[in-house]
Write a new protein. Structure first.
Length: 229
């Protein structure tokens, strides 16, 4: 019995020291009433103290032969508002179960800076979206207008064409007819042209496929190009 009591005292003292160190790093001045599940310990000066779980921390008490052990672990009900300041340190949650892998990183939301297209200062008004950078796992603050935007080019034909007409569309990527081509719309004098038949696409360029009978290009014809990013 004496040996068991000594073991309990040593365990209690170690728990007190570890929790005391954590308390010095993150102390709260809010009083919390002692609950029925509080663990009673005695420090090396004979002072009685109590430890209990609270606000996102779960307390596990052994029911096996190792009954002198109480464990505190992350996980539980968040009952109070909690602020975690990362400073220069990052909080990283990594999943790797052998099949799926992924990383979620929080170290302050990385925010766009500068001036938006409508003239507003980024971060002062409007709506932003939280997105995850696939390369780093980092959460970023992205303007909705940066995620959903577009390109519009209006071309007026200077003279009657005798061959294909190339129209520069700066920022236009290479498109796939089965997927991304659905984001591109090309009109000649208000009539919609067909992808791959009436026009083709390369990076930064839309080429009108000239045909003297089916698709002539006369001086003054207006080609409007719309691309949704």
């Amino acid at each position: 019995m004496k040996k068991r009591n000594l073991t309990m005292l040593k365990t209690s003292c170690i728990a007190f020291v570890l929790l005391g160190m954590a308390t010095m790093r993150a102390q709260s001045t809010t009083d919390v009433a002692r609950g029925a599940t509080a663990v009673k310990v005695i420090d090396n000066k004979g002072t009685i103290k109590y430890f209990q779980s609270n606000n996102g921390i779960t307390q596990i008490v052994n029911t096996t032969s190792d009954v002198t052990t109480t464990t505190w672990q992350l996980g539980g009900e968040l009952t109070d508002a909690t602020n975690i300041t990362t400073g220069t340190n990052e909080l990283k949650i990594t999943l790797n179960d052998g099949t799926n892998q992924g990383t979620f990183v929080i170290d302050g939301i990385v925010q766009e800076t500068g001036t938006a297209a409508d003239g507003t200062t980024i971060g002062t008004s409007g709506y932003t979206l939280l997105v995850r950078d696939e390369a780093t796992g980092q959460v970023r603050n992205l303007l909705a207008t940066s995620l959903i935007s577009g390109i519009r080019v209006e071309h007026t034909q200077a003279a009657d064409a005798t061959a294909n007409v190339d129209i520069t569309v700066t920022g236009l990527p290479i498109l796939n007819a089965a997927t991304t081509a659905a984001k591109l719309y090309v009109y000649r004098n208000g009539a919609k042209l067909r992808f791959g038949t009436d026009f083709s696409v390369t990076a930064d360029t839309v080429t009108i496929t000239y045909d003297a009978a089916d698709l002539p290009m006369y001086s003054g014809d207006v080609v409007e190009i719309q691309y949704v990013k």
